[in-house]
Design a protein around this ligand. Structure first.
Ligand code: NAI
Ligand code: MG
Length: 399
């Protein structure tokens, strides 16, 4: 029996492609694991009316660690139309299985490292003094609260009377929206709890402390969103004072942070935010290190379930290419985060070194790294296919 059992969740589109590539690299690097494959995604919505079947949840509950590719989500009307005719009109309604997975297992801590590789032609550059060009190396790690905030799904259009009445009890609502007809109101709630906010902050501080980052930056908007962002900022100050006095605590507003992004991105280490602003900040930082082909992530629950996935989606337009052109690095990096988590750090380090060497050398580059349009001709024009990139990484592993 292998040392580890990993639940592999390919999902849809390029999720299937890149997950397969990550498993190839893991095998080549000597990772001793059995993979049990779980059903998730569009196919299972269409055939069963559930994109996240109970048997998949049971597999994850049993084995605790999952590697996930990506899924396809579509709007409600398309979801209904594509559902097996035998299931239509039976009350099935589509919701995103990855959001469902996060909520089911309470995967409340999301970690998204954004670290530039030397030699990546997609690295952010900026004009320095005297028209010099700087290429600051970025090493930011975004801690995103993954289950609450505006993504909790607590929302209404034309809210029911009890909700409307509760809103009307707030003087600002009554004053500014009291005359709006209720059927013209849409309300999405931004919910933060003390427990989940404390957990994401503690995770950020512990990470900073363990890996020698000098600061933790809370990226919210407490001067305007006083209750929820305010809670995070208040708790951050307490945690820093009581438990991490050696780590500097910074406060940036999400809007200003986006503006500063291209000014001094190398000055940020660990960044922590709620779900919405964490999503924005992590995509923004990912853009500076090469975009979706390089953006990896990990998600953890309090009771030890962990799911590792690239930030990108299923990229349906590339899904059916005979020779896949997408960049497998985000998925392979996500697998490295898994290796770190389960105590296989030397294997992760070997893989990361191989990726770094290939990027630095610059001979094997996928279409995104060549700044080409994502078309099948990219290969004829010199871009590496997904498989060629993976093969190059495998060939570089230290045996
Ligand atoms: P996407 O991330 O799938 O693709 C956006 C674009 O990014 C692609 O067209 C491609 O140009 C580029 N890209 C993505 N991954 C790449 C890679 N590995 N290498 C090179 N280029 C890459 O996002 P999009 O198009 O908005 O959504 C497509 C589907 O994916 C939708 O159904 C959406 O709901 C779903 N989605 C799923 C996610 C998940 O499973 N966690 C996350 C984001 C979107
Ligand atoms: Mg996003």
């Amino acid at each position: 029996m292998a040392k580890h059992t990993i639940v592999a969740l390919p999902g849809d589109g390029i999720g299937v492609v890149v997950l397969n590539e990550a498993v190839r690299v893991l095998n080549a690097a000597g990772f001793d694991a059995d993979y049990v494959y779980g059903d998730i995604g569009w196919e299972f919505w269409c055939s069963e009316g559930n994109p996240l079947p109970q048997r998949t949840l049971d597999l994850i509950a049993k084995h605790r660690i999952a590697l996930f590719g990506a899924i396809t989500s579509k709007p409600n009307d398309e979801a209904k139309a594509e559902l097996d005719p035998a299931l239509q009109g039976k009350g099935f309604s589509y919701s995103s299985p990855i959001v469902g997975l996060r909520q089911h297992f309470n995967l409340d801590i999301c970690v998204r490292p954004c670290k530039s590789y030397k030699g990546n032609p997609l690295n952010f550059i900026r004009r320095g003094r005297g028209n010099t060009i700087d290429e600051p190396l970025i090493d930011a790690v975004i801690f995103r609260q993954n289950t609450e905030c505006l993504y909790s799904g607590v929302e209404w259009t034309n809210p029911p009377a009890n909700v409307y009445n509760a809103l009307m009890s707030h003087p600002k609502f009554a004053g500014n929206f009291g005359s709006v007809p209720v059927e013209e109101l849409s309300v999405s709630t931004r919910i933060f709890t003390r427990k989940a906010t404390t957990r994401i902050l503690m995770a950020a501080f512990e990470f900073a402390s363990k890996f020698g980052y000098k600061s933790v930056t809370v990226c919210e908007k407490p001067n305007v969103i006083r209750e929820t962002s305010g809670l995070m900022w208040k708790l951050a100050k307490e945690i820093q004072k009581n438990s991490f006095p050696g780590i500097k605590l910074n406060n940036t507003n999400i809007d200003a942070q986006m503006m500063w992004l291209t000014k001094n991105p190398e000055d940020y280490g660990v960044i922590v935010a709620g779900n919405m602003f964490g999503d924005i900040a992590s995509d923004a930082f990912a853009g500076l290190i090469g975009g979706l082909g390089f953006a990896c992530s990990a998600q953890f629950s309090e009771d030890g379930i962990a799911v590792f996935e690239p930030t990108h989606g299923s990229a349906p337009k590339y899904a059916d290419y005979e020779v896949s052109i997408v960049n497998p690095i985000a998925m392979i990096e996500s697998a490295c985060m898994m290796l770190d988590y389960i105590g296989e750090k030397p294997i992760a380090a070997n893989i990361r070194k191989a990726i770094a060497d290939i990027i630095k050398e610059g001979k094997v580059r996928t279409y995104d790294m060549m700044k080409m349009q994502g078309r099948p001709e990219a290969i004829q024009n010199g871009a590496a296919s997904t498989t060629m990139m993976t093969d190059a990484i495998i060939a570089r592993l230290t045996k």
